[in-house]
Write a new protein. Structure first.
Length: 247
């Protein structure tokens, strides 16, 4: 429907409204796992937006380049993905959009490890180091970025990368840093905190053979989730706790 509607758009339609339609189409294709067509749609739109005035394009070009890079990585077109990644960094330098850029970097870390196994560990960690560097230079009191969340997600992804590489002694402190960062988010941080606790318990119980400590961690986190009004998250933690108890 979107494709059909966009093909018949009259020339009088506002350019920004038309761009929103193409962005929705690109995202829709990505959700349907049609990653290469999604990337092509986003890259075409990025080329269009690049021709807008600096004021009009704002952080939109950064968003488009980052999403196109991720779509190309999902399609395993790594050379093109790396080119789009660098384009996103150039756009970010002109019109900063830290949440978009750090998400892209975390996705590259995840996908690098997923497609290259342990051989991609160092590259994945480099992406996460770059994500940390983006946050490190943000102005104090930045209003457009929930720094606690981005920091927590960087630590969370690093914990998973290290755990997948069997480096459990390094992974657990990263998971605990993720928990601490999401603590700073108050109620908004409860769900990502619960997920970080789950990963910490898996690392502790499975990777480090410290099931008793993992169970204690899960018990406290489950109670906290219920108190915060997140019974589904508590159930996930309880299920893992029961699994650890019966081993």
């Amino acid at each position: 429907m979107l494709e059909s509607a966009l093909a018949d758009v009259p020339p009088t339609v506002d350019g920004r409204m038309l761009a929103q339609g193409h962005l929705s189409l690109g995202r829709g294709l990505r959700y349907l796992e049609e990653y290469l067509p999604a990337a092509e749609e986003l890259l075409r739109l990025a080329d269009t937006v690049a021709g807008w005035s600096e004021e009009d394009r704002g952080g939109v070009l950064t968003l488009l380049a980052a999403e196109a890079a991720t779509a190309l990585a999902l399609a395993e077109r790594w050379e093109a993905a790396d080119t789009a990644y660098e384009r996103a960094l150039v756009a970010h330098a002109e019109a900063p959009n830290a949440p978009v850029i750090t998400l892209m970097m975390r996705e590259f870390a995840r996908l690098t490890l997923q497609t290259r196994d342990s051989d991609g560990t160092d590259t994945a960690l480099e992406h996460l180091a770059r994500a940390d560097a983006v946050l490190a230079v943000l102005p104090s009191g930045e209003q457009d970025c929930a720094v606690w969340y981005e920091q927590g997600e960087n630590h969370y992804r690093r914990a998973r990368v290290l755990a997948d590489a069997g480096r459990f002694d390094e992974a657990l402190p990263e998971a605990e840093c993720a928990i601490a960062a999401h603590d700073e988010g108050g109620q908004r941080g409860e769900l990502p905190r619960a997920e970080a606790v789950r990963i910490a318990a898996l690392i502790e119980g499975n990777g480090l053979d410290r099931a008793d400590e993992a169970i204690i961690r899960l018990t406290a986190a489950s109670a906290r989730c219920r108190q915060a009004g997140h019974p589904e998250a508590a159930h996930v933690l309880d299920t893992l706790r029961q699994d650890l108890r019966t081993r």
